[in-house]
Design a protein around this ligand. Structure first.
Ligand SMILES: Nc1ncnc2c1ncn2[C@@H]1O[C@H](COP(=O)(O)OP(=O)(O)O)[C@@H](O)[C@H]1O
Ligand SMILES: N[C@@H](CCOP(=O)(O)O)C(=O)O
Length: 307
């Protein structure tokens, strides 16, 4: 008998030049059903999830324990039944969604009453960058910046008139590996050019000038030039999606999935054309998730368990 469930959306990060800053929540979900138990146990019920490791090795448990410890609290043992639509290590923010789920789990079990800002700060400490975790937590399009004092500023927008097409290859690419190919440093000239591209892209995206936003997405200088060789069919997907009518196509997060932005209602047509060319990719049309993570209490059961 479930006490509560936690739902967390997937996300796409960067949107081209918004490296480690821009994120957008997508309507694929990680769901946890949490039951009281004598000992910790995870049960994975999805083709996207590998067999569950020991609880002590589970990213969600480790995140929940770290969160509880931060507030000098102890997690009561639970059985967690997990379902997921989010493919792992494909650039759709699976680790960020798991981290948000772990924080929400500790927040409920230990009655921490964390604010959304506190959740974001813990999640960013664990993930290393705020883009995916902010999108999964807040929903919508988020533009984030972590300040030197650790505070994280978040701008959120939910009214983008867009469809999103994801091209998911069979192969995995760990974010950790895709970060290793990036330069440690940029010259002032390189940094100025790269941030100018990002500035115009964000201004265009937020103001609804999607033609310009798509054009600038494809001009990224922060990460795409270094990662493109790791991405199956990178140039072909960009070129064919443009011909089919997409505003722009970029690497989703650290890849290997790519994502196109099209006008609302155009997604299916573009996806159908690209799926014909990409027999080994899964091509899907997704929508923005506007709400971010949520917790649904089964009030009767929650009280009955005395938590
Ligand atoms: N629901 C989950 N439960 C446990 N671990 C997860 C879950 N989702 C992701 N992970 C961990 O995160 C890794 C993928 O993270 P990462 O390389 O950052 O790719 P992604 O782009 O999918 O976030 C997986 O290999 C797994 O170790
Ligand atoms: N800004 C990060 C985003 C990683 O996203 P993921 O979905 O691949 O985990 C990066 O580009 O490394």
């Amino acid at each position: 008998m479930s006490m509560f469930s936690i739902t967390v959306p997937a996300s796409t990060a960067n949107l081209g030049p918004g490296f480690d800053s821009a994120g957008l929540a997508l309507n694929l979900y990680l769901t946890l059903h949490v039951e009281k138990s004598e000992h910790w146990e995870f049960v994975h019920e999805s083709v996207h999830l590998p067999p569950a490791p020991d609880a002590s090795e589970h990213l969600i448990y480790k995140t929940a324990e770290r969160t509880a410890n931060l507030y000098h609290s102890t997690l009561p043992p639970c059985k967690v039944i997990m379902e997921s639509d989010i493919p792992l290590a494909r650039g759709l923010g699976s680790s960020a969604s798991a981290i948000i789920a772990g924080i929400e789990l500790a927040n409920q079990l230990c009655e921490l009453s964390l604010s959304i800002e506190e959740k974001l700060r813990i999640a960013t400490d664990i993930e290393g960058h705020p883009d995916n975790v902010a999108a999964s937590l807040y929903g919508g399009l988020v533009i984030t910046s972590q300040l030197p004092n650790g505070d994280i500023e978040v701008f959120k927008k939910t009214d983008a008139e867009l469809d999103f097409i994801v091209y998911i290859p069979v192969v995995e690419l760990k974010t950790e590996d895709a970060r290793k190919v990036l330069p440690e440093q940029f010259t002032r000239n390189e940094a100025a050019k790269a941030s100018a591209v990002g500035n115009v892209m964000i201004a265009a995206l937020v103001s609804g000038n999607y033609e310009l936003a798509g054009k600038m997405m494809e001009e990224d200088l922060f990460h795409e030039p270094y990662r493109s060789s790791l991405i199956p069919n990178y140039s072909e997907i960009r070129e064919e999606a443009k011909i089919a009518g997409a505003f722009g196509t970029v690497i989703s997060g650290a890849g290997p999935t790519m994502i196109s932005f099209t006008s609302k209602g155009k997604g299916q047509e573009v996806a159908a054309q690209l799926q014909n060319l990409l027999s080994s990719h899964q091509v899907s049309v997704l929508k923005m998730d506007s709400d971010g993570s949520s917790v649904n209490l089964d009030v009767n059961n929650f009280k009955a368990f005395g938590i």
